[in-house]
Structure formats: structure tokens, C-alpha cells
Design a protein around this ligand. Sequence first.
Ligand code: ADP
Ligand code: MG
Length: 236
Amino acid sequence: MTEPLLHVAGLRGGYGGKPVLQGVDLAVQAGEIVAVIGRNGVGKTTLLRTLMGLLPASAGTVRLRGADLGRLAAHRRARLGIGYVPQGRDVFPRMTVEENLRVGERIRGGAAPEDYAAVYDLFPILRERRSQRAGTLSGGQQQQLAIGRVLVGRPDLILLDEPSEGIQPNIVQEIGRIAVSLNRRTGVTVVLVEQNLDLIRATAGRCYVMDKGRITAELAPDALADRATVRRHLAV
Ligand SMILES: Nc1ncnc2c1ncn2[C@@H]1O[C@H](COP(=O)(O)OP(=O)(O)O)[C@@H](O)[C@H]1O
Ligand SMILES: [Mg+2]
């Protein structure tokens, strides 16, 4: 077995005195798309924020290509190739599409014109609206912008938090198709937090189930192929 791209062991953390993560263990190989599912409030967003270094871990390790990230700040993790697309998207509403993308460039520390072209090729609507303020875009377009903003930095690992939330089903499908084609073409690794059954099944090769701050099950491709099984775990 090769060294995982991302290896998380015994990870604990939360908010001030409120522990949320109760010892998370998971491993993701380079090139995988892995979903993390579980009902609201079990700690999925807290997990991604802790992996990104936006929240401190109180115990446990996060390894990227075998190297312990320790207490590295988020911008340092971004430089190492981790891109984070937050839940709720968080684009800058008063900045244009292109200005939002440039924020992604600064996060990684430099991008070439072809990095922008690649994002615009992936999301043609963003090219069309490049001079428009992000706040005037639809939810689905803002989601594409949030993903594009991370992609200009050419991450090796993307942490994607509920991209389907509040978005029309046809755009959800399109985002799923784009994620899969990007993964096949560039080998980018994706950790996807999701509740949308169709998006999970369309994108993820396997899936971790989270409950009360821990990983409680892992669904292999055959289990993932069975709608009823996945639905049961989404509703635990
Ligand atoms: N900023 C915060 N401060 C304190 N508690 C929080 C904060 N954000 C989330 N929580 C709590 O942490 C727990 C896990 O939340 P979260 O990670 O957002 O869950 P999920 O993404 O799985 O819905 C919940 O009990 C939630 O109320
Ligand atoms: Mg969440």
C-alpha cells in the first residue's frame, strides 16, 4: 500500500471548551474522491476546518504525504497544496468574479494566465461573468466561483464542504460531472462533505460515515452503489 496523501489519526478539536471531534481516523490515497457523510451537527465542517488549520487540533495528527502538519496555519497548508471550499461558499459579494479568483492566486502564492484559463474552461459561465460582482451570481454560479477560486492555486487536495447546499439539482449534477472530470484529468484528490445522495454516488469512490465527532463506518463502492444503504447512513 502506498503512503496516503492525507492521513488523519486520533484527531480531536472543537471550539474553545466545546469538544466536537472525538478522535477522527481516516486515510485518503492520492487521486481518490472520498465523501464524508453524516447528519447535521456531527462535526463534518469542524473536521474540514481543522484539517485546513482554521481551527486548532487539541490532539491527534494530520499528515500530508507523510509529513505531520502539526500546528501549521491555514495559509501554510494552502501553500502545501490543500484547497478549502467552505460551506456556504463565502465568495466576496462586492468583488468581481475575476477579483475573487485572484484571491485564490494570492492564497497559493502565484498563478499563471493558463491557470485562469483552465478555470474559465471548466466553468464557462465564470468567463462570461468575469467582470460582474460575485454577489449578483446565482447560488450555483457562486459555488462554481468558490471552487474556481481554489483551483487557480492548483491544489493537490481539495476539501469541499456541501457544494450542493441550496443549489438547483441540474447545477448540482454539473458540479458533480466537473469534479469527476477534473479528478480524472489532473488526478486531484477530493474530500467531499455531502448530504446529497445523488452527488455522493456520482462522484465518490468510497465514503466515510461520521457520527458524534468520529468516523463510525466506511462504505466501499459496492455499499455506495446501493441507494438504501447510503440513505440509511445519511439519516443515522
Ligand atoms: N463557531 C462555533 N462555535 C461553537 N460551536 C460550534 C461552532 N460551529 C459549530 N459548532 C458546533 O459544533 C458541532 C459540529 O458542527 P459542524 O461541524 O458544523 O457539523 P456538521 O458540519 O456535521 O453539520 C455542532 O454541535 C455545532 O453546533
Ligand atoms: Mg457542515
